[in-house]
Design a protein around this ligand. Sequence first.
Ligand SMILES: NC(=O)CC[C@H](N)C(=O)O
Length: 191
Amino acid sequence: MKRIGILALQGAFKEHINVIKSLGHEAIEIRKLEELDNLDGIILPGGESTAMGKLLNDFGIKEVLVNKIKNGLAVWGTCAGMILLANELDGDEAHLKVMNIKVRRNAYGSQLDSFIVKEVVEGVSKKEIPMVFIRAPYIVDIDENVEVLHKVDGNIVAARQDNMLVTSFHPELTDDTTFHEYFINMINELE
Ligand SMILES: NC(=O)CC[C@H](N)C(=O)O
């Protein structure tokens, strides 16, 4: 059983907690510095990255979180979580600056605000995975140490760099647990 922290300052954290528990793991809501101790991994949920970035500062946990990730703590950012992890944002000030990706917020514009696709993600699963995009970002540039896991319409929507996983979409809003299981496997591999 793994101890998985879920940043619970804002956004879709309850849904991640439910999935992690349903897979038989411990889910810890993270709002305070002490709660970052003894985690096997942490999920940064979707929501509003600007608000979450500010709250990380206000709650005094940003610096410690950055250090833990740099020291190898497994982290998965979904949607706004991806934006938080990026080294660089297209047109905005970056937040945690830990992953070698450049991310464009609200990349699909207002016309294609929210949509769902079902596709096979090579290397993750043989079956199609439903992917929910809500005012989603995508990755516009990566360094060579970043592995692209999936593209939709030619845009990078899932990627991994060592202990860091990011997805533009929200697996926690579907009943498909493949990406949560992938994250748990990633933690096992890193140990
Ligand atoms: N679903 C989401 O997490 C949306 C992200 C949001 N558009 C942001 O910029 O933070």
